[in-house]
Design a protein around this ligand. Structure first.
Ligand code: ZN
Length: 437
């Protein structure tokens, strides 16, 4: 079975529902860049794919970084004088500044305010804040909640631990016909936030799951890592093997209703860039392409100058363009099965292009070959589709001179890749085209 057949077999949108189900299951877990929340997440992913779990000890040097202490949390709250939990980690894990050091004491409102994070512009939402590399504690709450607090003494408790332990990440490898790899990477370190990035975790899981059922030309490597420190660590531990990565995508923010946005690799003209641009142009009406810039997600590590890997980032709405980003409003209502399913299809179409892109040589290059005597003329010459298929054959024959790949031909002819690919296969069957060696 080929990728195109998976796409056909998936409709109607079953995979979008499956992805949404996984997002819902992972949503309540309090994750961070280290700790048991990340491990539990990988355990749930393991119900779908046999992801390998790696543990890197605290203190390990990875390039210019050091693997931090491991953070875990059981509970956190702020109680008023009546002993009522007015802020409760068990209601939303976003309430705790992620990586807060433990604390339990009585405190005045004035002092407590120094440890608060709110969003005055969106007074009902709880912000998501972290402090991975500076030891402190804090609470995140809605502006409205903050304004309702009375001047009294409060009891604060954060039952967390920050100790030597491990950084955990997941890796799933699929062996293809050849050792050249396609890298699919997502960050899985955020707590209850759906678009950024449980949508990416779900898409990566289901790509791995569905590709496991077919034979592929490329080998695939899927990474579930904590943002930044995870990709830095993985690159450091796997530096010798990164030359196998021929194409890559960072998966983030793929569950909202916005148009597709592709951030190009640092190279800007890699085959992955060409493939995604082609797919967005021919298969997605509304989209945007942006050039590489050195911040954002893990693509900035893969595309650091010492690696400069051909890795782009295919999203829907980029993180800085939706107000729900890093707030409690990035919840299970913000992402939808249909959008997840559409993103999954788009990723599969891109991978289908990469899997089938190849260079062929015209075996009858002196003038046009006679297509009719080989049964290649359209049976219904007036049909638009037949005309397009014939045109595609002429383009493939004309440009298969050892300079153009099928994707180059699709771009130059402005025909969809699958039409060019089908034409090439029809020509291959007649011997008019041969593989370029
Ligand atoms: Zn984020």
């Amino acid at each position: 079975m080929e990728i195109s057949e998976i796409i056909k077999s998936l409709r109607p949108n079953r995979v979008g529902q499956e992805m949404y189900q996984l997002v819902s299951e992972l949503y309540p877990i309090c994750r961070s860049i280290t700790g048991n929340g990340f491990r539990t997440t990988l355990d749930i992913i393991r119900e779908h794919i046999d992801v390998k779990i790696h543990e890197i000890p605290t203190g390990t040097n990875v390039f210019d970084w050091t693997v931090p202490k491991e953070w875990n949390i059981k509970d956190a709250y702020i109680k008023n004088l009546h002993g009522e939990r007015i802020i409760d980690f068990k209601i939303s894990n976003l309430h705790v500044l992620n990586y807060s050091v433990p604390i339990k004491r009585k405190i005045s409102l004035n002092e407590l305010k120094k440890h608060f994070y709110t969003l005055p512009d969106y007074p009902d939402w709880i912000p998501y804040r972290t402090s991975y590399y500076q030891e402190k504690w804090g609470f995140c709450l809605s502006q409205n909640k903050f304004l309702s607090l009375k001047e009294e003494e409060y009891e604060v408790c954060i039952d967390s631990s920050l100790e030597d332990g491990h950084l955990t990440y997941g890796e799933y490898y699929l062996k293809g016909e050849n050792p050249d790899e396609i890298l699919i990477s997502c960050h899985a370190c955020h707590p209850s936030l759906c678009n950024d990035n449980l949508s990416g975790v779900a898409l990566t899981t289901f790509l791995a799951k569905y590709l496991s059922n077919i034979s592929t030309r490329y080998s695939y490597r899927f990474l579930f890592i904590p943002g930044t420190i995870g990709s830095v660590s993985w690159l450091c531990l796997n530096e010798k093997n990164v030359s196998r990565i021929k194409h890559g995508l960072v998966v983030a923010c793929v569950g909202d209703g916005g148009k597709f946005t592709y951030k190009k690799s640092r190279r800007g003209n890699a085959e992955i860039d060409q493939a995604v641009l082609h797919v967005l142009k021919h298969y997605c009406k509304n989209h945007e392409v942006i050039d590489f810039f050195p911040y954002g997600y893990d693509e900035r590590q893969y595309c650091s100058p010492g690696f400069n890997l051909p890795v782009g980032c295919l999203m829907r709405t980029p993180h800085d363009r939706f107000p729900e980003y890093h707030t409690s409003a990035d919840d299970l209502n913000f992402v939808k099965p249909d959008y997840l399913g559409e993103s999954f299809d788009t990723y599969l179409i891109v991978l289908g292009v990469l899997e089938n892109n190849a260079m062929y040589i015209n075996q009858n290059a002196r003038c046009e070959p006679q297509l009719g005597k080989r049964g290649l003329y359209p049976s219904m010459p007036n049909k638009e589709e037949s005309m397009m298929n014939q045109l595609a054959m002429l383009w493939v024959l004309n440009l298969s001179d050892g300079e153009y790949t099928l994707l180059d031909i699709a771009d130059r002819s402005n025909l969809p890749f699958n039409v060019i690919n089908n034409a090439a296969h029809a020509l291959l069957r007649t011997g008019l085209l041969k593989n370029s060696v």
